[in-house]
Structure formats: C-alpha cells, structure tokens
Design a protein around this ligand. Structure first.
Ligand SMILES: Cc1ncc(COP(=O)(O)O)c(C=O)c1O
Length: 355
C-alpha cells in the first residue's frame, strides 16, 4: 500500500540511538543524547504510583479530563484552568496544534535550526515550510524573524530557549511578534522553560494568536510517562479538544504529574545542581580546546572534527551524545545533555582520557 503523497515525500525524524536500551546495567550508562535528566522520583511520588498499581482501578481508561492535574498546572503557572490542556507529551500537543489549525499548502515558518520533530507534523499535513535562519544561528534576531513573516504566514514555530542552539527570545520580543502579526499563530515551545525560569504563558490572556507548549520530560524527569500540556485561549483549546484523544494520557502519567507539581522543591534543587554541573563541564571542555556553545537549558553544544567518529568512540564506553550533523549549519556539532555533578565528572574524566 502506498501512503498519502505527503507521507511519501516526508523524511522521518532522526530519532536518538536506542542502543542505550540494549545495555543491561543502565546505571553504567551516561545517556546524554535526548535531554532527559538523571533524576529518580522521590519516594513520596513512587508510593503514590505503586498505590495506584496495587489498588487500581488499573482496568479503567484514564481520566480524560483530570481537573486536579489541570488545577495543579494552573497554580504552578498562575493561569486560569480554562487556558490549559494536557497531552501524552508536548510532542502530541504540537501535533494536535498543527492538525487543528493548519491545512495543505498553508505557510508555516520555523525559526531554525531547531527541534526537527515539529517539521514532521507540518509536512504530514502538506503545509509549506519556510525555514528562517538568522545571520548567526546562535543569536536571537527578532528583526530577521519579523522580516521573514508575513500576513500569509499561518503559524510560526519558535522553540524558546531553542533546542539545540540555546537561542532565547525575551517576552518583549515575543509580544512584538504577536502584535505585528495578529493573524499568525505563534507556537512557542517551552519544553526547557524550567531551566530559564522565564515564560510567556501570561501573554495568552492578552493574545489569542499564542499557544505555549510545556513538557514534564525535561526538568521534571517524567519522559518515560509521556506528559505535556499547552496553554492558550479557551477558544483555541475548544478546537483542539475536538480531535484530542483524552484516553491517551495514562493514569500513572497523570498521577505523576500531579505529585511532581506538589513537590516542586525537589526539582528546583536538581535544576540548581544542573547549572553547577553545566558550568564545570563547559569550563573543562574549553580547557581541552573544544569550541563550546553554552545554553540556558540542560544541554550544551561542542564542535568536533568528526561528530560521527566522536560519538562512536563514546558509545563504546556507554556514553551517548547527539550528533547534530543532520541539521543545517550544525555539521560536526554534538549536543551533550547535562546531568548531575557526579555524572558530569565521570563524563569529563572519560573525555580527558579520549583526548
Ligand atoms: C524542543 C522540544 N519540544 C518538545 C520535546 C518533546 O517533549 P515531550 O517529551 O514533552 O513530548 C522535546 C524533546 O526533546 C524538545 O526538545
């Protein structure tokens, strides 16, 4: 069977290596390739999850509209519940946004290079992509963005801070886009916002052309559960809800989300440690002569002579980092996720031995 024309033409998202999964003793693995943290859940939360597994009802479909979870997110963001909807990961939220608001031949602008999974959702509906690159891909360039958007641009995807370049746009700059192009839907992907403690969610009350997506996979360490959400006007959420399948967000993901937000201090401590670990890692890599791009999120970039060889060499030592050569302008750049201090000390030692 032939798939539809858009899927025929589509180049799939270049997923992270799954070799790490094949290693038996996962404690020995430094999985620094997909920006997941090395963060075990606190005992309190584990207990809540086990309680559900034991007592159930595990045979019920998940709650399709968990008001407690939405209320916790609402308290966390200081945004009314009616502006919030949760999904099976922020990836799913991005996909739903595209399927709700974009149709074949629409122009979708992507501030690039960026998280490449988004491209797939756009190509799958047959929309036209306009990639916007600044003169310096590692610097925010609001004038360049504004110059490249027009009234025919249906959606602009802006990852903030950007994965993988770390580029960050201020709230004022984002408001400028919203004001200048009220007919363009601005989709701000804030998967890494917990690391910057900066967000534009409050703008959703003022601008109905804004959607912000957030993730529980990064600073909250729930990547295996699949949980994310979006923040936008109740009207936008009403349309997205028409196609959202609430059954897809597992009950344990919902429980974990609630208790993670009720135990924020634990995660704040981890974020502080990541900052320290990042500083030490950057300093050491620079001392070794690497060109390093520091970012406000939980990852950094280094330039290598040959990224494929560099990654293969580390893989043999159970260290997984991400070769970014598949992205424009990032040939031989490698992204390294920052874990806690002890893990990064181990990483630095291994790198020193390899050099
Ligand atoms: C920018 C960005 N958005 C979204 C995601 C996916 O997040 P989630 O696990 O919430 O689907 C990622 C994961 O790497 C990401 O880097």
């Amino acid at each position: 069977m032939k798939p539809n024309i858009f899927i025929q033409k589509l180049k799939e998202y270049h997923s992270s290596s799954h070799k790490a999964w094949e290693i038996k003793n996962k404690k020995n693995v430094l999985k620094l390739d997909w920006n997941e943290p090395d963060l075990y859940l606190p005992e309190k939360i584990k207990k809540k999850l086990i309680e559900f597994i034991k007592k159930g009802p595990t045979f019920w479909y998940p709650n399709v509209l968990n008001k407690t979870l939405i209320k916790e997110i609402s308290k966390y963001l200081k945004i009314p519940s009616s502006y919030i909807q949760y999904f099976e990961g922020s990836d799913a939220a991005l996909d739903y946004v595209v399927r709700t608001f974009i149709k074949q031949k629409d122009e979708v602008a992507i501030s690039s290079p960026t998280y490449d999974n988004f491209r797939v959702y756009v190509e799958a509906v047959g929309a036209k992509i306009k990639y916007i690159f600044g003169n310096d891909i590692f610097k925010a360039d609001i004038e360049n963005l504004l110059k490249n958007i027009s009234n025919t641009t249906k959606l602009l995807y802006l990852c903030n801070p950007n994965n993988p370049t770390g580029v960050f746009y201020s709230k004022e700059e984002i408001e400028k886009i919203l004001k200048s192009f009220p007919k363009t839907l601005l989709l701000v992907d804030e998967a890494y916002a917990e690391f910057t403690q900066k967000t534009v969610v409050s703008l959703v009350k003022k601008y109905d052309n804004l959607i912000v997506t957030r993730s529980f996979s990064k600073a909250f360490g729930l990547a295996s559960f699949r949980l994310g959400y979006l923040v936008s006007s109740p009207e936008n959420i009403f349309y997205i809800n028409k196609i959202r399948n609430g059954k897809n967000i597992s009950t344990i993901a919902q429980i974990a989300g609630i208790y993670v937000l009720r135990n924020k201090e634990y995660f704040k401590k981890y974020i502080k440690e990541i900052k320290k670990a990042k500083k030490i890692t950057v300093e050491n890599l620079r001392k070794l002569g690497f060109f390093v791009i520091d970012t406000p999120a939980n990852f950094i970039l280094i330039k290598t002579n040959n990224a494929s060889d560099f990654c293969k060499k580390l893989e043999k030592q159970n260290i997984f980092v991400r070769d970014l050569s598949y992205l424009p302008f990032l040939k031989d750049y490698v992204r390294i996720t920052i874990w806690s201090l002890n893990s990064m000390k181990k990483f630095i030692q291994k790198i020193k031995k390899n050099e």
